[in-house]
Design a protein around this ligand. Structure first.
Ligand SMILES: Nc1ncnc2c1ncn2[C@@H]1O[C@H](COP(=O)(O)OP(=O)(O)OP(=O)(O)O)[C@@H](O)[C@H]1O
Length: 356
């Protein structure tokens, strides 16, 4: 499917939402931002649950165009919507809940396979249970399966993990990753949890106070130096690496275009894609390759740009390892002593790699 193009503008009770979104027609796009930045408002407007002034095109279908007085009502939009709390019918079994939306599809719309979808979300053994006998995570997986079975052209999820405790979140994330690999339709995922976004998203939209402050592929967007303080807390990059090999001393090697990393042993088959997050605070710089350092991950890099960091006395340095961006946060004094400037070749020392 081609792109999703959405423009909405509304002023209400002192809050202005003014967004133009251009999202890819596949993969997971995350709408990320602090509380009250307008994420849910955007999602509800895309679903048509709220009619905000604007225009919306999903692939080749126009769902809203105010200039032509066009507004497709929510029940006519082929959308699967997953809310924070799973809204299953309590008096129906999981199977009946899953079947509910499917049976209401118009004639001619291909029906998804219930058993297959249940398998994808690991809820096959639960099909004959009622929602109240399920854990929060299981309920949410059933809600996702139900949304998928409505033959959507677009899947929307509004903080689907926010109501779950850490253990349940960890339990459901692998299913979302699996969904990510299998899904042929785009998913717009609202979250204010950086870890979820880092783990799942392909495309990232950063919202702040009702406006889009950045939008683009995840890796490039996270490596921008000009993000407002609301996003500066956890600044760093996410790399999609591939498992390239194992050493006999308990380490595994990951590769990204332009670089490689050693991490504690991973047991997945070689070639498996693995995402990892590298915080800018865990990257230091040296002009020569330190031979006397205990840090294993020393990578040749080129300085691309520098900008003041959110913490006083620090700067953010954007580096390139071939085509792959990396951020380092170092003191302004060190940057001065090393005379850092764009184009300079140096060594990035990566102190910690978080595998997602
Ligand atoms: N129906 C409404 N009428 C008036 N104001 C609203 C309405 N819905 C949302 N708002 C306001 O719009 C702003 C954005 O809200 P929204 O729920 O879209 O933000 P959000 O980024 O999803 O926040 P959170 O992460 O807390 O869910 C908030 O100031 C909210 O109070």
């Amino acid at each position: 499917m081609s792109q999703i193009e959405a423009q909405f503008r509304v002023v209400r009770d002192g809050f202005t939402l003014d967004v133009a979104l251009s999202l890819p027609g596949e993969g997971i796009s995350a709408l990320f931002g602090p509380s009250g930045s307008g994420k849910t408002s955007c999602l509800r407007a895309i679903a048509g649950l709220e009619q905000l002034p604007g225009r919306l095109q999903v692939g080749d279908e126009i769902w809203q165009d105010d200039s032509r007085g066009l507004f497709v009502p929510p029940h006519r939009r082929a959308i699967g919507y997953v809310f924070q709390e799973a809204s299953l019918f309590p008096h129906l079994s999981v199977r009946q809940n899953l079947d509910y939306g499917r049976r209401r599809l118009a004639a001619g719309v291909p029906r998804g396979d219930l058993e297959e979808t249940a398998e994808l979300l690991g809820i096959r053994p639960l099909l004959d249970r009622t929602p109240h006998s399920l854990s929060g995570g299981e309920r949410q997986r059933a809600a996702i399966a139900r949304a998928l079975l409505c033959a959507p052209r677009l899947l929307l999820m509004d903080e689907p993990l926010a109501a779950l405790d850490l253990k349940r979140k960890q339990e459901i994330l692998p299913y979302l990753e699996r969904l990510h690999q299998e899904l042929a339709i785009p998913l717009i995922y609202v979250s204010h949890a950086p870890d979820e976004v880092a783990r799942l998203a392909d495309h990232l939209v950063l919202l702040n106070q009702g406006s889009v402050v950045a939008s683009g592929p995840l890796t490039e967007t996270l490596a921008r130096l000009d993000l407002p303080p609301a996003f500066a807390d956890d600044v760093g990059v996410v790399w999609t690496t591939r498992l390239a090999g194992h050493a006999d001393d308990g380490l595994s090697q990951l590769t990204v275009p332009g670089g490689e990393l050693w991490v504690a042993e991973r047991r997945e088959p070689l070639g498996t894609p693995l995402r990892c997050r590298i915080h800018a605070r865990d990257v230091s710089l040296s002009l020569t390759r330190a031979a006397d350092s205990s840090i294993l991950n020393l990578l040749p890099a080129t300085v691309e740009a520098l900008a003041p960091a959110d913490t006083p006395g620090h700067v953010l340095v954007r580096l390139a390892l071939g085509p792959t961006p990396l951020l380092a946060r170092i003191t302004a004094r060190s940057a001065h002593q090393l005379a850092l400037a764009p184009g300079m070749a140096l060594w990035a020392q990566i102190k910690a790699v978080a595998l997602l």
